[in-house]
Design a protein around this ligand. Structure first.
Ligand SMILES: NC(=O)C1=CN([C@@H]2O[C@H](COP(=O)(O)OP(=O)(O)OC[C@H]3O[C@@H](n4cnc5c(N)ncnc54)[C@H](O)[C@@H]3O)[C@@H](O)[C@H]2O)C=CC1
Ligand SMILES: CC(C)CC(=O)C(=O)O
Ligand SMILES: [Mg+2]
Length: 348
């Protein structure tokens, strides 16, 4: 298969982990005889430094023409003082421009890494659920105001925005254990009341899926005390951002978790769920697994290459069993050593 993949390394550890994941894609292309081409573009702080704009026009045009986009991360202390233009705006603008309203974040535990979690092994063994986080609405995109003494971030959701992401979640649940948990704060927030009403309506089209509602505050606790209960979880942008980072406590490290941002078209944006990790950037010690697994999602969702996607998952699973591991997982391996080990495992 021929595919044009745009890479956006971004800032901090972004370039290191994207290089790793691209090497995995190149190996997959060799093994399965695919013709993948790669085109690198600027985003985030690196783009501000070069052009003054966190999402240059050239970057957006290239993404719009690509079969899929692979991103590292954006942001860092170097740009923290800027108030008018921030690296994170580049990523938000890209998600909005490509209309990627559903952010799929699979969470599962690895048997070989259970002891890394501070939670009891019997509670987290076999945990396997998927977050569907709404990605182009809510507080991140609402009107903002600022005076010296006040600040506001408007949270706005429309029925259409809630419906389309709910349908993605129901469809996913339909292919899995047919259990969907919708997370909101309907006891307080008007947007959450609309969310609950709308998803309950949509549920009528998916009678085989059991829908349950959970308030976000108690959900934050439930995810840690009974994670095995969940199958597919759908929630709004801000809640989903926070709750999925919490799930790193189940898997063992934030560095393990991938994501796929999807819309109605086949173009998808693939990125690890973590940020640019400025504290470890440039040291060749970042865990590239979240990005490597994002490439597995890219192969599955944007290119329909399911066997290749599974091959990467198996290679990662072998890595968790036999090592080497990066420091976040208790090892001392370099990022580049992980890349080599995953490439070796692709042939096993
Ligand atoms: N999608 C994106 O581009 C995102 C960007 N950010 C940006 O990243 C910057 C740093 O934010 P933080 O709150 O520190 O979050 P972060 O996710 O970058 O880092 C949190 C902690 O996890 C560790 N970590 C993260 N990824 C890792 C990996 N692959 N391997 C090993 N350790 C890893 C870091 O070293 C740090 O100790 C900020 O500028 C923030 O705005 C934050 C989240 C998402
Ligand atoms: C724009 C990003 C910095 C928001 C975020 O943390 C995320 O999408 O995970
Ligand atoms: Mg986040």
């Amino acid at each position: 298969m021929k595919a044009n993949i745009v890479t956006l390394p971004g800032d901090g550890i972004g370039p290191e982990i994207v290089t790793s994941a691209v090497n995995i894609l190149k190996e997959i292309a060799k093994i399965y005889n695919h013709d993948f081409s790669f085109e690198e573009h600027l985003i985030g702080g690196a783009a501000i430094d070069a052009t003054g704009n966190p999402l240059p026009k050239q970057t957006l045009l290239a993404c719009q023409k690509a079969d899929a986009v692979l991103l590292g991360a954006v942001g860092g202390p170097k740009w923290a003082h800027l108030s008018n233009v921030r690296p994170e705006q580049g990523l938000l603008a890209l998600r909005k421009a490509l209309n990627l309203f559903a952010n799929i974040r699979p969470i599962h535990t690895y048997d070989a890494l259970l002891s890394l979690s501070s939670l009891k092994e019997e509670k987290i063994k076999g945990v396997d659920f998927i977050f569907v986080r709404e990605l182009t609405g809510g507080a991140y995109f609402g009107k903002k105001t600022r005076t010296e003494k006040t600040a506001t971030d408007e949270t706005l959701y429309t029925v259409e925005e809630i419906e389309r992401v709910s349908r993605k979640a129901f469809e996913l649940a339909h292919t899995r254990r047919k259990h969907l948990t919708s997370v909101d704060k309907a006891n307080v927030l008007e947007t959450s009341r609309l969310w609950r009403e709308t998803i309950s309506q949509v549920a009528q089209d998916y009678p085989d899926v059991k829908l349950e509602h959970q308030l976000v505050d108690s959900m934050a606790m439930m995810l840690l005390i009974n994670p095995a209960h969940y199958d597919v979880i759908v929630t709004e942008n801000l809640f989903g951002d926070i709750l999925t980072d919490e799930c790193a406590a189940l898997s063992g490290s934030l560095g393990l978790l991938p994501s796929a941002s999807l819309g109605k078209e086949s173009i998808g944006l693939y990125e690890p769920i973590h940020g640019s990790a400025p504290d470890i950037a440039g040291k060749n010690i970042a865990n590239p697994i979240g990005t490597i697994l994002s490439v597995s999602l890219l192969l599955q969702y944007s290119l329909g290459l399911v066997n290749e996607a599974i091959q990467i998952e198996k290679a990662v699973n072998l890595l968790t069993q036999h090592g080497p591991l990066t420091a976040d997982l208790g090892g001392n391996a370099y990022t580049t050593e992980i890349t080599k080990a995953v490439i070796n495992n692709l042939h096993r």
